[in-house]
Design a binder for this molecule. Structure first.
Ligand SMILES: Nc1nc2c(c(=O)[nH]1)N[C@H]1C(S)=C(S)[C@@H](COP(=O)(O)O)O[C@H]1N2
Ligand SMILES: [Mo]
Length: 257
């Protein structure tokens, strides 16, 4: 190693060398478990991998990348990075398992959100009722496993508030989502209760457009994009892992921090 290298770079290389066996093992595991790059993981953690300290955080995050242990290592107070209005990506990318013109066309006036499973109040919800609940706004980064990310602004009901309103059993293990386009996904309860997990009604300052999930999506900035279901039709609380559209094709189920 050249002595003329800046101190920080030297330090990073030393760290890399120190952790080489770990990195190889973790890389292999990420690769085998399909589809998670160190880059995507670094972005979720808000780390630029430029210095010793943040590199350590990524290594730590990677070491938690295992469905068996990451659930109980999840830090329920750790926040995803937030941004300012000038950072918002415009145009924001669209993604789904079909092209944009096939996004479901849902009539908001007849829409009802169905609720079932381990909850005490199984009444369905219309959009006015959802808008009457407390709302919060966030500017966060959406990270797609396919290798792109974008910053957007979303507004809606903190999901914890909604779960409390329906009398959900907050000791249950999972919350499942069924979507109008037959997409489906699920979350661990700790992530469902995370302060930034949001039952989203608005994108920017207007109702979600069809392509971004009208009339209702879940925004989960601590997870990869595919764990953010759009066009939600039904929510259920359960102790049986409901899996998901991509999860059942081999994507890591936890996919988050
Ligand atoms: N209902 C539904 N939700 C979905 C998907 C989908 O195909 N259908 N795709 C997921 C994936 S892989 C991504 S990256 C994001 C894309 O959200 P966006 O169109 O708002 O960027 O939606 C997620 N939620
Ligand atoms: Mo995605």
């Amino acid at each position: 190693m050249s002595a003329s290298k800046p101190a920080a770079a030297r330090k990073t290389r030393i760290v890399l060398a120190d952790h080489q066996p770990q990195i190889e093992r973790l890389q292999r595991r990420l690769f085998l478990r399909s589809s998670l790059s160190i880059g995507a993981l670094a972005m979720l953690s808000g780390c630029n991998m430029q210095d010793n300290d943040s590199f350590d955080k990524v290594l730590w995050a990677m070491s938690r990348w295992n469905d068996r242990v990451q659930g109980w290592l999840f830090d329920r107070n750790r926040l995803a990075p937030t941004y300012s209005a000038r950072d918002i990506t415009d145009p924001f990318p669209f993604n789904a398992f079909y092209p944009e013109f096939d996004a479901p066309d849902i009539d908001g006036s007849t829409y009802r959100l169905e609720v079932s499973g381990l909850v005490s109040d199984k009444r369905s919800w219309n959009l006015d009722q959802l808008r009457a609940l407390p709302q919060a706004s966030q500017i966060t980064r959406h990270i797609c496993i396919e290798g792109w990310s974008a910053i957007g602004q979303w507004r809606g009901v903190p999901f914890r508030t909604f779960l409390e309103r329906i009398g959900a059993d907050l000791t249950a293990q999972y919350v499942g989502f069924k979507c109008a386009d037959r997409y489906y996904s699920s979350l661990d309860m700790a992530t469902a209760l995370h302060p930034q997990t949001q039952l989203t009604l608005d994108f920017g300052n207007a109702p979600l457009p069809a392509k971004y999930g009208y009339p209702l999506k879940l925004r989960v900035p601590t997870k990869l994009g595919f764990k953010n279901p759009k066009h939600i039709a039904a929510i259920f609380v359960t102790n049986t892992n409901p899996g998901g559209y991509w999860e059942d094709q081999g994507y890591n189920w936890f996919s988050g921090l």
